[in-house]
Design a protein around this ligand. Structure first.
Ligand code: PLP
Length: 382
């Protein structure tokens, strides 16, 4: 049998390691020059004016929501078909998450569902580019304009993706990235927020660092030691050690995306004609970054049996995601009606994530597809 094939895996080479060692031998291992260098590199790559790096994608979401300073109890619309960090960021800020159903083919939030969820209390929308495929951004922007809402794009799956020929990173007030090892590029843990708004950016940098405003002495000609605490910030800083890894990884991002794109083509070539499987749909107006390759199993199949069969064959399949309103914490605090999310429910019952990472090879893809075939033959025989 094949060695275990994980669903996601980082790709780190000797260049990355050398860059990290250089920082470890230097005078700055945190809050040093590599932080700004990484931020500049992300801004250049995405086309955004400003970038703030932080210690996780979750922290990035938290301070992005915090910048808006929205009144307690206001509502923020988001997708239930995401990692819980997306909607937890709403809760950290004492706001109420309102879920809107998704589109089956892309698993992205449905703009019509967003419209139906808007109330007087709605203040923002957080949309997630599921699996690396950008949402219907234009439509979401129109909704935000019509109702005067803030926009956050959770692009933790989608760094390097494009919408209408333009890189993700400047479409919303804030765009969020994650550098967890299963994502496209990694810093161990890490995240970033991009924006084109200088005032928002200044606030992000203050919130990342305890709420400290260090530029006070410059602006008010105070003594060098003087600083003010303006906002209730956090310590969400990313170290120079991690930033050095991130700078080195970012140089390979386009190659990583090309490789992922090629691997997904290999999957689809084998699975496209299978009557029991719906392979992923790619919209024509976008460039997919391919964080995940997810398929929908035919309704006649039992997803959990399929999952177990693959696991028994050392294949690291996964389910992205369990809808957030299924979690006990959310159920206890809020009254969600499952009937409000028919598409999310259907997709959740049928979806499987197949392994996808830069180190995956054709032999492994064929092994995985052969095992899928074997499972289907057994089911059909019964
Ligand atoms: C990974 C991820 C996050 C959180 O990122 P971390 O860096 O793990 O904190 C948030 N949202 C989505 C959609 C993600 O996939």
């Amino acid at each position: 049998m094949e060695d275990y094939i994980p669903y996601g895996l980082h790709s780190i080479d000797e260049r990355d390691i050398a860059e990290v060692l250089n920082v470890l031998r230097s005078k700055w291992i945190t809050t040093g020059p590599k932080v700004q260098e990484f931020e500049k590199a992300i801004s250049k790559y995405t086309g955004a004016k400003y970038t703030t790096v932080v210690n996780s994608g979750t922290s990035a979401l938290d301070i992005a929501v915090k910048v808006f300073d929205i009144k307690t109890g206001s509502e923020v619309i988001t997708t239930p078909f995401t990692f819980m960090a997306t909607s937890n960021a709403i809760l950290y800020n004492n706001l109420v998450p309102i879920f809107a159903d998704i589109i089956k083919e892309t698993r992205n939030i449905d703009p019509d569902a967003i419209r139906s969820r808007i109330t007087k209390k709605t203040k923002a929308i957080i949309y997630v580019d599921y699996a690396g495929q950008p949402c219907d951004i234009k439509e979401i922007q129109e909704i935000a304009d019509d109702h005067d809402l803030y926009l956050i794009e959770d692009a933790c799956h989608a760094i390097g993706s494009e919408y209408e020929g333009k890189k993700i990173g400047t479409f919303a007030d804030f765009t969020i990235f994650s550098f967890h090892p299963v994502k496209h590029i990694t810093t161990g843990e890490g995240g970033a927020v991009t924006t084109n708004d200088p005032i928002f950016d200044e606030k992000l940098k203050i919130l990342r660092n305890h709420g400290i405003d260090k530029d006070l002495h410059k602006r008010q000609s105070k003594a060098d030691y003087a600083y003010d605490m303006k906002l209730l910030g956090r310590n969400y800083r990313l170290t120079d050690i991690q930033c050095a890894l991130g700078i080195s990884q970012l140089k390979k991002l386009d190659y990583f995306i090309d490789k992922r794109n090629m691997l997904t083509k290999s999957y689809s070539k084998i699975l496209d004609n299978n009557d029991f499987i719906e392979t992923p749909t790619v919209r024509p107006d976008i460039k997919h970054a391919w964080h995940l390759y997810t398929i929908l199993l035919d309704e006649r199949l039992n997803r959990d049996e399929f999952f177990q069969f693959m696991k028994n064959n050392n294949i690291g399949v996964n389910v992205h995601y369990i809808p957030i309103y299924h979690f006990s914490y959310y159920k206890t605090r809020f009254n969600f009606k499952i009937d409000d999310f028919p598409v999310t429910e259907e997709v959740f019952k049928r979806i499987i994530t197949l392994p996808l990472h830069v180190g995956l090879n054709q032999t492994q893809i064929h092994y995985i597809c052969n095992k899928i075939e074997e499972f289907l033959l057994n089911v059909v025989k019964k």
